[in-house]
Design a protein around this ligand. Structure first.
Ligand SMILES: Cc1ncc(COP(=O)(O)O)c(C=O)c1O
Length: 395
């Protein structure tokens, strides 16, 4: 059967106003990178997050933000970082690149994210940092996790790649940790033309390092130049944090993307609210099929970036469901986030050991439904009826 509803690589359609902003920036931006649109995006993002100005930095993507957060951790040999095994690979490997050893935390079987309890179990005297991932768009229990990390002097990083706009107790995901990262990749609820990201750094001294760390180590001269072209057009210096030398990158996001990101902040809450309303309708309409277990959250704690369910009847039923949805109904569901310890990549690097039964059990029976924002009401009705039909046949 032809595919009727794909698990699309694109999350949303832009409005005419958003397209106009892009065209305006294409026409008029005085520089195409590192200009006023970047400044505006960062200012607006900080204000949206309700964090101080000067703490948010636009970058090429979420992975680049993770790379710089890993640099600021300044790992020493033997340092460990606690990370949920059930996440996207970019949540982890930047920390390995910078010398940390990942230690896998389990997830809560209901919320599918790590908890203060599951993280605490993995803390040792070698734990330098913890990465919390607000996976699927659901904000983890940040007040508890923040308390845990603060008490022990552990660096807390929030991977909010999927969770823009999600809130815990009225506070935005990504505003609790020492650092946090966001992704504006093509799949995400806010995308800046396919790639983009943001890094939040709470500590002022650490934040002061980011401009040079993000852009080739560029900085001003410490003296006033007589001729602006001497000794060179621009200076470079080794970025330093607390006396330690860090190697710079070029992780700058272009002006057109920044212009669009700033504009899209006006719409992100309504995109999230629309996705949540649709998710709740879908979940509630399938109450007659308790074998499909969703995570139902009626408030802003979940932005429903993704719509995931667990087939309580087990992996074989899950596979039969996925096959029938594609073959009989033309709907492509997917299975996401194999626990990282099960990838050959991590096994080869010596990180294949984990004790995360909830993550394993969830992954083995999970289904991720196509849930891009641009699906029509008719598409959603069709997917709902198709799910009912296939579930009834499988009973
Ligand atoms: C949980 C998570 N972390 C990190 C990333 C990396 O973001 P990016 O693709 O923008 O590099 C992604 C998304 O792609 C993600 O879903």
């Amino acid at each position: 059967m032809d595919i009727k509803i794909n698990f699309s690589g694109r999350s949303l359609r832009y409005t005419e106003e958003e397209i106009d902003v892009v065209v305006e920036a294409m026409r008029n931006a005085e520089t195409l990178t590192q200009g006023r649109y970047r400044d505006e995006f960062e200012r607006k993002f900080a204000s949206y997050q309700e964090v101080p100005p000067g703490t948010c930095f636009a970058v090429t993507n979420g992975c680049a933000a993770l790379e710089m957060s890993a640099q600021l951790c300044r790992f020493k040999p033997g340092d460990e970082i606690v990370i949920p095994s059930h996440t996207f690979t970019a949540s982890c490997y930047p920390y390995i690149k910078k010398g940390a050893r990942p230690v896998w935390a389990d997830i809560d079987p209901h919320t599918r994210v790590a908890t203060a309890e599951s993280i605490e179990k993995r803390i040792t005297p070698h734990t330098r940092a913890v990465v919390v991932v607000h996976l699927y768009g659901y904000a983890a229990d940040m007040p508890e996790i923040t308390r845990l990390c603060k008490e022990r002097g552990i660096i807390l990083i929030e991977d909010a790649a999927q969770a823009i706009g999600a809130e815990v107790g009225g506070r935005k995901a990504g505003s609790f940790g020492d650092m946090s990262i966001f992704s504006f990749h093509s799949h995400k609820n806010l995308t800046t033309l396919g790639e983009g990201g943001m890094l939040y750094v709470k500590d002022k001294a650490a934040a002061a390092v980011i401009p040079a760390l993000r852009h080739n180590g560029h900085c001003d001269y410490a003296f006033a130049r007589q001729d602006y072209w001497k000794p060179a057009m621009g200076n470079v210096a080794v970025p330093r944090f607390e006396g330690e030398k860090l190697m710079p990158n070029n992780f700058c996001l272009g002006e057109v993307e920044c212009a669009l990101g700033a504009k899209m902040l006006d719409r992100i809450d309504s995109i999230n609210d629309e996705k949540r309303a649709r998710a709740l309708h879908f979940i509630d309409s399938l109450r007659g099929f308790p074998e499909l277990e969703f995570h139902r959250v009626a408030d802003r704690r979940h932005n429903y970036h993704l719509l995931a369910a667990r087939m309580t009847a087990g992996p074989r039923k899950r596979d039969a469901f996925m096959r029938a949805m594609l073959a009989d109904k033309g709907i492509k569901c997917v299975v996401q986030y194999i626990p990282l310890d099960r990838y050959d990549f991590y096994r080869e690097l010596g990180f294949g050991e984990a004790d995360c039964p909830n993550a394993d059990a969830f992954f083995d029976s999970m289904i991720s439904f196509p849930f891009q924002h641009w699906l029509s009401e008719a598409d959603l009705d069709y997917m709902l009826q198709a799910t009912r039909d296939v579930m009834t046949t499988l009973r």
